[in-house]
Design a protein around this ligand. Structure first.
Ligand SMILES: Cc1cc2nc3c(=O)[nH]c(=O)nc-3n(C[C@H](O)[C@H](O)[C@H](O)COP(=O)(O)OP(=O)(O)OC[C@H]3O[C@@H](n4cnc5c(N)ncnc54)[C@H](O)[C@@H]3O)c2cc1C
Length: 332
């Protein structure tokens, strides 16, 4: 089909400069030849026109990328379960420090961000105790300095900024609306008699939610030498990995989140962020369910610092092990 001629003349003088005008560009085709591409036309006076597209092009543009990502990430270096403030902080630190590692984030909800879109009691401001504000400086989130703590005017500014930074890293893939519904657990080649987490079992969340009504809806798997559990508080899906450790007999019972004490809770979460089982690092409020530490209420610094520490722990684990096709086979 010959290129479609488009009218590039601006309908108003103010539309004549970029980014308001969009003339056709000469692009290289697959065979190296120059082809004129119709890129539509911007005209706010009533003749705004999109470049042509077929329905099949839209479908294939999504399918090709989604399934090639799934294919690639069937073996990952690190899987992060849960894209709340802790999981995303972990992803940021990992992606920055280890650009060669494949970091795969799985989020059960359609909207990543977990509980960090608002502060306490659904109010807008987010309180962060120092020195966790250093993470805000690192990702470029403005705040009001109140001395020992800082306040981000709207929690959504933190979450949207962090999310956009994380997704800009080329080594990160996020699959949302995808639930982790089990862990892969094998005998640990490093420690006879122990078991090692070696990946996750996944399904689209809508499928996971319907296991009671439909049988035979088998899941998928992602193999990885390190899994970071960041699924937040106990809930229909939350604290998932901690609860699975109990039902799989790897720990006796959950510690359960204890009553609120801000001063004790935040350092407890950060300082106890660790590899709770071989191959499984736990961070954020899921750890308070696992360990039985206090809740902290609406202060978010511990989520950020715990996520960053989980990233360091993950890299430390990877340094110690020898991995073949995502499976730990021995010491490094
Ligand atoms: C009952 C309750 C008490 C709270 N108490 C506190 C408190 O004491 N202190 C405090 O700071 N905040 C509290 N909050 C607010 C908030 O949950 C946390 O501050 C913060 O959001 C926790 O961060 P996180 O990253 O650990 O988990 P979250 O922000 O909850 O993020 C977890 C993410 O994991 C996803 N997920 C869960 N299960 C799965 C799965 N199986 N597969 C894939 N993804 C999954 C979730 O969809 C979510 O996006 C509370 C919230 C609730 C509901």
């Amino acid at each position: 089909m010959p290129p479609i001629a488009i009218d590039t003349a601006p309908s108003h003088p103010s539309l004549s400069k970029p980014p308001f005008s969009s003339p056709a560009l000469a692009l290289k085709g697959n065979n190296g030849s120059s082809t004129a591409q119709d890129e539509g036309h911007v005209d706010w006076a009533g003749s705004y026109r999109f470049a042509p597209i077929s329905e099949a092009q839209v479908s294939r543009a999504m399918i090709k990328r989604y399934f090639s990502d799934m294919y690639d990430r069937a073996v990952s270096d690190i899987v992060i379960v849960g894209a709340g403030s802790a999981g995303l902080s972990c992803a940021y630190e990992l992606a920055k420090r280890a650009p060669e590692k494949k970091i795969t984030i799985l989020e059960a909800g359609v909207a990543p961000g977990g509980g960090a879109w608002l502060g306490g009691q659904l109010m807008s401001a987010m309180v962060v105790r120092k020195p966790a504000h250093l993470f805000l400086l690192e990702i470029g989130v403005p705040f009001e300095d109140e001395g020992g703590y800082v306040v981000v005017r709207h929690a959504a500014l933190f979450t949207s900024t962090l999310l956009s930074k994380v997704l800009s890293f080329p080594n990160v893939r996020l699959f949302n609306a995808t639930a982790v519904e089990d862990l892969i657990v094998r005998p640990d080649p490093l420690d006879a008699g122990r078991q090692r987490v070696g990946g996750v079992v996944t399904n689209w969340t809508l499928v996971s939610l319907n296991h009671d009504t439909q049988s035979c809806m088998d899941p998928n798997t992602i193999t990885a030498p390190v899994v970071v559990a960041a699924t937040g508080h106990d809930g229909p899906m939350g604290a998932f990995c901690a609860k699975r450790l109990v039902s799989n007999g790897m720990i006796e019972k959950l510690g359960d989140m204890r009553c609120l004490d801000m001063m004790r809770a935040e350092p407890a979460i950060v300082n106890r962020t660790r590899e709770v089982q071989p191959g499984l690092i736990m961070t954020g409020m899921e750890l308070s369910e696992h360990d039985g530490s206090n809740r902290m209420g609406p202060t978010f610094g511990a989520m950020m610092a715990s996520g960053v520490k989980a990233a360091h722990e993950a890299l430390r684990v990877l340094e110690r092990v020898r991995v073949e096709e995502g499976v730990v086979v021995g010491d490094a």
